[in-house]
Design a protein around this ligand. Structure first.
Ligand code: BMA
Length: 925
C-alpha cells in the first residue's frame, strides 16, 4: 500500500480548481530539477553537478577522478576532501516576484555550507543532520535578474582541525577519540565514519546530500516542513511496559514556516490499506505558536489492528491524514503512514516471578512488542555506501530482502553514520524489520559547550519528529560504546578526571537529549549508550528521568547488553570466553570478501593476500591518521585472519596464485561464519539459562566497499558464508552442540524462539569421515520439549567417556531436531526441523577425506551429492554479475545424501558457471 508519508500542498490543487483565494498559491521549486555546476575555489575544476549529490559523485561522473573505491582511492583522493566545493545553480526561472514570502528549504547539507542567493550571503550551516530553512523574500525582491543559488561547502577535515585548535577547546585523554584517518570528527556534526572507520575508507564527502526546494507562499499560507506523529497506549511512559488494554493516543505536531492562521484547528482521517476509513474527527487540546501546531486524539483500541515485526504477525499499516483547518476549510494537510504497536526496551528490575522461574537477579534488558517478549535476531547496519546520495530505495530493498530471508527481525542502525532516510523506515515498516536507531555519536566523547549542545538540540528535535511515526522504529540510543569503552578508557587513562568526563557525558546524552526525545515521543525507549548496564533508576517526576547504573552492580546479578570482540582465535570456540548478559548487541571477527568482489576494484596484479593494496584496504586496525602506509596496523588484522584459518581449517596451498587467493578469502569467511554461529547459538541458548538472554545482533550486516570487514553481505549484495550460516542458525528452532575442548564435556541443546512450547525429538548419528556409521554410546533418539522462547539441554556427556577407542580426529556427529510447533504469526501447528554437525577435533587436523562431491544442474535447481565421504562446509559459488542467493549454502552432507538447492535471482541475469566445493578443496594443490 502506498501512499507513504507525503506532505501534500492542497493550495496547488485549489489553484488548479480555480478556488485559490489569494493572488497565487504555494509553489515549490524542487532543486533537483535545476542545472548545477560544481567547482573548486580557483575554478580549475568546474563540472556539472546533481542535487542531491556529493562532490565526489559529480567529479567522478565528469571524469575528474577515478571511481573512489578503486585501488587506493581512499588515500589518493585526499585532495578532494581538503578542497572547498561550490554548488552553483543556473539562473532560476519561474520564481514569482509577487510572492508574499520565499524560502530556501534544505533537508540535508553536508556539512559546512555558506549559502548565497542572488549574490548575497544568506546563512552558514554546520550540521549535516539538521533541516535548514531561510527566508529569502527580500533578497529575491531586490534581485535584478533571475537569481542564482550557490552553496559553498567547506572542507570538513580542515574545519574540524581548525575547531579543535581553537584556544580553550576541550581535550580528552589519549585514546578516548578512536582515530581512524582524518582526526577531530567529534567536534563536528557530520557522519563520523566519513573520517574513516575500521570497515571503511575516509572520503569526508561534502555536498547537498538530501533534497532541497525553494518554497513561495502567499500572504496567508504556510508550509509544513516536518511533522511528528506519536502513537502510544494511554498512560504509557518511555521504557515502561504499557497496559495493553488501554486505548491509543495519537499525538501530532507540525513544524511550519509562513503564516499559521490564529484560528487553526486539526482534524484527522485514518484509513486502512483498503482505503476504508476507520476513524476521523478532530484533534483535541490543540496548541500552536508561530512555528508549530500540536494536538492529540484517543483512538479506541478495538478500531485498529496491531503492527507486528516479521514472523510475529502482519505488518498492518494505516494512512493518517492530518489536516489544518481555518475559517471552516482545510488550508494544508500532511499524510503519514503509521502502525499501531508498542515496542519497549524493558530494563526494569528482575521480578519475584522471574526469580521464581530461575532467572538471575539484576535487571532485564530485552524488547517487548505489543506486550510480548521476543528474541531479537539480527545484525548491525553500517552506512550502506560511502556516499549517501548514491543510496537508492532499490538497493535498500534488496538489502532488506536479504535481512528478512536471513531470518532477522531487527537491525541496529549503528550510530556513527547518518540518520536513515524515510524510505528506509518505510521499507522496514512494510517488511517488518525493527530498526534500533541511534543518535550519531560514537567511539569518542563530545564537547559540551553551549553552541555544540544547541546544535545537537536542533538535530535531535528534527530527527526524532521526522522518524517517530514509523512502527519499525524500535529504540533510540545516544551513541556507540560510550559507557563500556569511552568512559572505561577515561577511567584507566585519567581516573581523577572520570567524574568530570562522566558529568559531561550526562550533560549531552541525558540532560540534552532526553527532554527533547521524551518530550516528543512517549512510544520509544532510550539509553544513552549502546552498550551499557542499563538504568539504575527511572523517575518520571524528574525533568530527566534516567539515572544510569554504570558499574553499580550487585555481584551475582546480571545487567545490560554485551559486546564481544576477541581477536585471539585460539579461544574462538570456547564458550567460556563469551560474555554473559541479557542481550548481545555486537560481536564479530573480520573476513575477506570473495574473489569476485575484489576483482571489481583491484588491479589483477594486486590479487594476492598480502599485496600492498589489499593490506592497506584492511582497516582493522585503522591507520589512525592520514598516513598512507600504516602497514603495521593493517598487517595485524591480516595476521589475525591468517592464524584463525591455520588453527581451525586446512590452510590452502594452491599452485595457481588466483585460486590460492580465492581459497584463502573463502577460508577466512568459513572461520568468521563458524565463530559467529558458535556465539549466536550460545547467546540464543541463554534464553533458557539464568541470564534469560533475549537478543543477538552481530557486527555487521553489510559492506560499503570491497575490503576485509565484519560484513556478512558484500558491497554488491553477494552473500558471504556468514549470511547463509546466520540464516540457518537464526531459524526458530535449532539444535546445537557445545564442547569444552579442555574438559571434553559435550552437550547438545535445543533452542526455540517460538511463543509457545514445541515438542519432538533429536536424532544423533555418528560417522567416521568416510561416512561409515559408528556405534557410539549416545542415544540415537532423544525426546525434547522446549518452552516458549527457551532452550533445553538434551544431552550432557563427555567425549572421553563416549568415544572410547575412537580417535576424535575420525569422528563426526550429525544432529537433527524435528518438532511440532506454532509460529507466532500462524495459528496452525507445523513441523520445524534443523540439522547441525559436531566434530570432536579441529578441522585443521581432523582426518577429512574427499567426499566425492557432485553437482547436477536441473531445471530450476542443482542437486548436490556427497558420494565418498562426509562433505563439510559445502559451498556453491555463483558467477560474478548475478545477484541473488542460494536456498541453502555452507551446509554439510552425509555420504549418499542428496540436496536440491535453488537460486533466487534478485538482480542481473542468471549466468551459468555455478561451482561447488567443500572443505576438502582447501587441501588440494
Ligand atoms: C565496534 C563497533 C564499531 C566497529 C566494530 C568493529 O566497535 O561499534 O565501531 O566498527 O566494533 O571494530
Amino acid at each position: 500500500m502506498r501512499p507513504r508519508s507525503t506532505q501534500a500542498v492542497l493550495a496547488a490543487s485549489f489553484a488548479a480548481a480555480g478556488s485559490c483565494h489569494d493572488t497565487y498559491c504555494q509553489q515549490n521549486l524542487n532543486l533537483s530539477t535545476v542545472s548545477w555546476t560544481v567547482s573548486n575555489p580557483n575554478g580549475s575544476v568546474s563540472v556539472p553537478g546533481k542535487f542531491p549529490s556529493q562532490a565526489h559523485i559529480d567529479l567522478y561522473a565528469a571524469g575528474v577522478i577515478p571511481w573512489p573505491l578503486y585501488g587506493l582511492g581512499d588515500f589518493d583522493l585526499r585532495w578532494v576532501a581538503y578542497s572547498n566545493w561550490t554548488y552553483t545553480s543556473e539562473a532560476l526561472k519561474g520564481l514569482r516576484q509577487d510572492a508574499d514570502s520565499t524560502w530556501l528549504l534544505f533537508n540535508g547539507l553536508d556539512t559546512f555550507a555558506s549559502i548565497e542567493f542572488c549574490g548575497k550571503h544568506v546563512a552558514a550551516t554546520n550540521n549535516q543532520f539538521r533541516q535548514y530553512y531561510f527566508d529569502v523574500t527580500s533578497l529575491l525582491k531586490e534581485c535584478k535578474s533571475n537569481p542564482v543559488l550557490s552553496i559553498n561547502f567547506g572542507s570538513a577535515p580542515n574545519i574540524a582541525d581548525a575547531i579543535a585548535a581553537e584556544p580553550g577547546q576541550e581535550t580528552w585523554p589519549f585514546g578516548v577519540e578512536i582515530n581512524y584517518e582524518f582526526l577531530n570528527r567529534q567536534f563536528i556534526r557530520k557522519e563520523q565514519s566519513d573520517f574513516g572507520w575500521d570497515w571503511g575508507p575516509a572520503f569526508a564527502p561534502v555536498g547537498p546530500w538530501l533534497p532541497g526546494s525553494i518554497v513561495q507562499l502567499a500572504a496567508s499560507e504556510f508550509h509544513i516542513r516536518n511533522s511528528l506523529v506519536d502513537i502510544y497506549r494511554e498512560g504509557q511512559l518511555n521504557l515502561l511496559p504499557p497496559d495493553q488494554s488501554r486505548d491509543w493516543v495519537v499525538k501530532t505536531s507540525l513544524d511550519v514556516f509562513g503564516k499559521l492562521p490564529s484560528d487553526a484547528s486539526l482534524t484527522y482521517s485514518l484509513q486502512d490499506a483498503s482505503g476504508k476509513t476507520v476513524g476521523e474527527g478532530r484533534f483535541e487540546n490543540v496548541t500552536s505558536d508561530s512555528s508549530t501546531i500540536t494536538g492529540s486524539v484517543v483512538i479506541p483500541a478495538d478500531s485498529v489492528n496491531l503492527w507486528w515485526p516479521v514472523g510475529m504477525g502482519p505488518q498492518t499499516l494505516y494512512s493518517l491524514k492530518i489536516a489544518v483547518d481555518s475559517n471552516g476549510r482545510t488550508v494544508n494537510e500532511v499524510t503519514k503512514r503509521v502502525g499501531f504497536r508498542t515496542i519497549v526496551s524493558n530494563q526494569g528490575p528482575i521480578t519475584q516471578e522471574q526469580l521464581d522461574m530461575g532467572i538471575a537477579p539484576g535487571n532485564n534488558w530485552h524488547f517487548e512488542i505489543n506486550g510480548h517478549e521476543f528474541y531479537a535476531k539480527g545484525s548491525n547496519l553500517i552506512p550502506p555506501d560511502v556516499f549517501w546520495a548514491n543510496v537508492t530505495e532499490a538497493r535498500i530493498k534488496q538489502l532488506f530482502d536479504s535481512v528478512v530471508i536471513g531470518n532477522q527481525n531487527m537491525l541496529r542502525v549503528w550510530s556513527s553514520g547518518a540518520y536513515s532516510p524515510d524510505f528506509m523506515y518505510d521499507l522496514a515498516d512494510e517488511m517488518g524489520i525493527l530498526l534500533w536507531s541511534e543518535f550519531e555519536f560514537g567511539d569518542a566523547l563530545y564537547p559540551v559547550e553551549k553552541e555544540f549542545l544547541d546544535n545537537v538540540k536542533d538535530e535531535v528535535y528534527y530527527q526524532v519528529r521526522r522518524i517517530n511515526h514509523h512502527p519499525s522504529l524500535a529504540y533510540w540510543a545516544g551513541g556507540n560504546e560510550l559507557e563500556n569503552l569511552e568512559l572505561y578508557v577515561v577511567e584507566n587513562a585519567a581516573p581523577k578526571e572520570l567524574d568530570r568526563y562522566t558529568a559531561e557525558y550526562e550533560t549531552l546524552f541525558l540532560d540534552t537529549i532526553v527532554p527533547i526525545l521524551f518530550g516528543n515521543s512517549r512510544s520509544i525507549s532510550y539509553s544513552p549508550s549502546s552498550t551499557s548496564n542499563g538504568y539504575l533508576e527511572l523517575d518520571f517526576s524528574l525533568p530527566q528521568p534516567i539515572t544510569e547504573r554504570y558499574n553499580n552492580k550487585t555481584p551475582g546479578s546480571i545487567y545490560g547488553e554485551t559486546d564481544h570482540y576477541d581477536y585471539d582465535s585460539t579461544v574462538a570456540f570456547d564458550i567460556s570466553s563469551y560474555p554473559i548478559g541479557r542481550f548481545a548487541n555486537e560481536f564479530g571477527f573480520h573476513s575477506m570478501p570473495s574473489l569476485e568482489s575484489w576483482q571489481q576494484q583491484i588491479d589483477p596484479a594486486d590479487l594476492y593476500f598480502n599485496s600492498s593494496t589489499i593490506v592497506l584496504r584492511n582497516h582493522h586496525y585503522p591507520p589512525m591518521n592520514t598516513n598512507t602506509s600504516n602497514y603495521a596496523n593493517s598487517t595485524k588484522g591480516m595476521v589475525e585472519m591468517t592464524l584463525a584459518v591455520e588453527r581451525w581449517y586446512p590452510a590452502p596451498q594452491k599452485e595457481d596464485p588466483i585460486a590460492n587467493f580465492s581459497a584463502w578469502c573463502h577460508a577466512t569467511q568459513i572461520f568468521q561464519a563458524d565463530y559467529y554461529s558458535s556465539q549466536i547459538q550460545y547467546y540464543r541458548s541463554g534464553s533458557g539459562r539464568r541470564e534469560r538472554q533475549l537478543g543477538s545482533l552481530y557486527w555487521q550486516l553489510e559492506d560499503q566497499w570491497q575490503a576485509p570487514t565484519w560484513a556478512g553481505i558484500e558491497y554488491d549484495g553477494r552473500w558471504k558464508v556468514l549470511h547463509y550460516v546466520a540464516r540457518d542458525i537464526y531459524q526458530p528452532v535449532i539444535v546445537s552442540p557445545f564442547f569444552n575442548a579442555t574438559t571434553k564435556d559435550f552437550e547438545v541443546w535445543v533452542t526455540s524462539d517460538l511463543w509457545s512450547s514445541v515438542k519432538g525429538a533429536v536424532n544423533l548419528t555418528w560417522y567416521d569421515w568416510s561416512g561409515k556409521r559408528l556405534d557410539i554410546a549416545t542415544p540415537v533418539t532423544l525426546p525434547v520439549t522446549v518452552g516458549a522462547i527457551n532452550s533445553t539441554k538434551v544431552l550432557q556427556t563427555n567425549t572421553n567417556d563416549i568415544l572410547k577407542n575412537h580417535d576424535p580426529l575420525d569422528v563426526v556427529l550429525a544432529m537433527s531436531v524435528s518438532v511440532e510447533g506454532q509460529l507466532p504469526s500462524s495459528n496452525t501447528t507445523q513441523t520445524l526441523t534443523h540439522t547441525n554437525w559436531f566434530h570432536a577435533a579441529p578441522l585443521s587436523v581432523a582426518h577429512i577425506v574427499d567426499p566425492g562431491l557432485k553437482i547436477t544442474p536441473g531445471k530450476d535447481s542443482f542437486t548436490i551429492e556427497a558420494t565418498t565421504g562426509v562433505a563439510a562446509w559445502v559451498w556453491l559459488d555463483h558467477s560474478a554479475g548475478v545477484m541473488g542467493y542460494f536456498d541453502s549454502n555452507a551446509f554439510w552432507l552425509a555420504p549418499g545424501e542428496k540436496k536440491e538447492v535453488g537460486f533466487t535471482v534478485t538482480g542481473g541475469e542468471w549466468i551459468d558457471g555455478t561451482t561447488v566445493q567443500s572443505l576438502w578443496d582447501l587441501t588440494l594443490p
